[in-house]
Every structure is written in structure tokens, then in C-alpha cells.
Design a protein around this ligand. Structure first.
Ligand SMILES: Cc1ncc(COP(=O)(O)O)c(C=O)c1O
Length: 315
């Protein structure tokens, strides 16, 4: 992608974290925050509403720290993530997909469970800013050090907003000229929010998981965001398969979206710049969705995968 654009496109390999995703960083900081505040004592229960990856990070840490883990998840998430959580000893409750405004939203159910359980904490990844603090203290400084301060733009898809916001806050303090660009999937409100100040969903729904949002979370509030890009699934999926076949990275669609955004930024600003994003997690978790020929066809996404790369789809 760097050769193609004349820019240096760098991506932090977040799938190398112990739990396999960028969300391990938030998970560690959320648990440490609960312990520090006395909300979680030895043998207690960590409760979270999560599309999966934060739960996997939390479950790993609960295992090693002697806590129990209870995860509430929307029932449209991949089977692989649920199986993995159960392997890690977490209890998983899948619940119907309803908006935040509905009291049965998975986050509210997680909060209620924690409130009615002794020695339990709802880590609240969306609105507990210990999440973005993880990126202020780790991801941001790593990007700064690993690029030797030579970074022009960072761009990330956002779920809780922790990554974009935390990295943005840290890097803008180091150098206010660094641009922070939010990359949004279809069906999310954030693109319109950044562009026009309106919480209005863009059309469609997305095959990506873990990103896209219907509101401004506390983690995103006040984030120094310069601009937003709307990346359709056709671009995110195309890039996911290109990354596999051309770069040797077997990643999920939120990573495809991140790199597609980085390439779009590179084309807009021209050669000679450094653009940083991250590879959020691996493709294994999405085997039955993103790599299923049937699923890809049903979503009308087959044509965006170059014919030679379709060997990676299974029946
Ligand atoms: C696969 C994946 N990519 C990206 C993100 C977005 O990260 P953040 O919540 O820091 O915005 C998530 C969050 O759950 C995720 O699971």
C-alpha cells in the first residue's frame, strides 16, 4: 500500500496482543481502574457488554487474576468469539440487538447484572475513560516512539472511540499538526456527526464488527478529531482480502476498513507522508462470516473481492 501511494503507511499489529486484539489494552486499564477504585475485590466478577474483543481481553485477565467474568453480547456476533470466551472461562449471555435507548440493550443488561451481584463491577468500556487512557499511555506513545515522531495522520475506525481518541489526545499534545481522522463504516452516526454535527446514521449496515456507533460515547467526547471518512463495506472487504493476499496479514474487516482509510488519506494528501493505523484483530474469528462465500454473496460483496483472491472463501 505504501508503494502504491508513495506514502509510508504503517499499522500497529494489535493482533499480536495476548487476547488477539487492540481491545486488550482497554481491558487491562478497565480492570486496573476498578481495582484501584475498590469496585473489584479478590474473587469478584467483571461484567461487560461487548461485541467480543474487549470480553476476550477481560476474560484472559480475569483468568490470570482470579476474577470471574460475565459477558453480555448482541446476538449478531460471530460464533468464534463466543466459543473463545467460553474457553477462557467467561459466562456469555447473547441478547437481541436493540438500540442504546432500549433498557434491554446489552450494555444496560450488563450494568444491571453487576448492580445486583455482590463484588461485581460493570467495566463500562464505552463510557469509562480508563479505556482511552490505555491509548493515551500506551498506543499513542508507542506510535510516537516507533515513528521517531514522524507521523502526519492517524486514522482508525471507532467502536468505543478509545483507540482514536486516546491516540489522538496523546499525539496532538506532542504535535498539534498531526491530523486525526475517524474512519466510519456504513450504518454508523459518527461520519455525519463529524462532518455536519448531526447524529444521523449513514445508509446500510456493515459486515465489520466492533466499529460503528449510534452515539457519542464518553471515550469519544472531546476527542481532537479533524475529519471523518465513510468507508463502505466494498472497500473494507476488498482491502481485507488484499491484505491477506498481498501483504500476508489474515485480519478482520475492521482492519480492512482501517487500511482502506489510510490509503484513501494517502491519495488525498499525496506522496511523502506517514499515515498510521492499526491491524485490530485476526481473520480467524470471522471465518464463518467474512470468509463464507454464501455470506459474502448474500451481502452483495463478492464483486469487490478480486477473482484470484476468492480462493480464500469457503462454502
Ligand atoms: C475488531 C475491532 N476493531 C476495532 C475496534 C474499535 O476499537 P475502539 O473501541 O477502541 O474504538 C473494536 C472494538 O471493540 C474491535 O473489536
Amino acid at each position: 500500500m505504501s508503494d502504491e501511494t508513495g506514502c509510508e503507511i504503517l499499522a500497529k499489529a494489535e493482533f499480536c496482543n495476548g487476547g488477539g486484539s487492540v481491545k486488550d489494552r482497554a481491558a487491562l486499564f478497565l480492570i486496573q481502574d476498578a481495582i484501584r477504585k475498590g469496585q473489584l475485590r479478590p474473587g469478584g466478577t467483571v461484567v461487560e457488554g461487548t461485541a467480543g474483543n474487549t470480553g476476550i481481553g477481560l476474560a484472559h485477565m480475569c483468568l490470570s487474576m482470579g476474577f470471574k467474568c460475565m459477558i453480555f453480547m448482541p446476538n449478531n456476533q460471530s460464533k468464534e468469539k463466543i466459543e473463545m470466551l467460553e474457553t477462557l472461562g467467561a459466562k456469555v449471555k447473547t441478547v437481541p440487538v436493540v438500540p442504546w435507548s432500549d433498557p434491554n440493550n446489552y450494555n444496560h443488561l450488563a450494568r444491571q447484572f453487576a448492580e445486583t451481584t455482590e463484588n461485581a463491577v460493570w467495566t463500562n468500556q464505552f463510557d469509562n475513560t480508563a479505556n482511552r487512557q490505555a491509548h493515551i499511555e500506551t498506543t499513542g506513545p508507542e506510535i510516537w516512539e516507533q515513528t521517531g515522531g514522524k507521523v502526519d495522520v492517524v486514522t482508525f475506525g471507532t467502536g468505543t472511540g478509545g483507540t482514536l481518541s486516546g491516540v489522538g489526545i496523546f499525539l496532538k499534545e506532542k504535535n498539534p499538526a498531526i491530523k486525526v481522522i475517524l474512519a466510519d463504516p456504513q450504518g454508523s452516526v459518527l461520519y455525519n456527526y463529524i462532518k455536519q454535527g448531526k447524529l444521523e446514521r449513514t445508509e446500510g449496515s456493515s459486515i465489520t464488527e466492533g466499529i460503528g456507533q449510534g452515539r457519542v460515547t464518553r471515550n469519544l467526547e472531546g476527542a481532537p478529531i479533524d475529519d471523518a471518512l465513510l468507508i463502505p463495506d466494498t472497500d473494507a472487504v476488498n482491502m481485507t482480502f488484499r491484505l491477506l493476499h498481498e501483504e500476508g496479514f489474515f485480519v478482520g474487516a475492521s482492519t480492512g476498513l482501517n487500511v482502506a482509510a489510510a490509503v484513501q488519506v494517502a491519495k488525498q494528501i499525496g506522496p511523502g507522508h506517514t499515515i498510521v493505523t492499526c491491524l485490530c484483530d485476526t481473520g480467524h474469528k470471522y471465518y464463518n462470516k467474512l470468509f463464507s462465500k454464501k455470506e459474502i454473496e448474500q451481502r452483495g460483496l463478492l464483486d469487490c473481492i478480486p477473482p484470484a483472491y476468492r480462493v480464500s472463501l469457503h462454502n
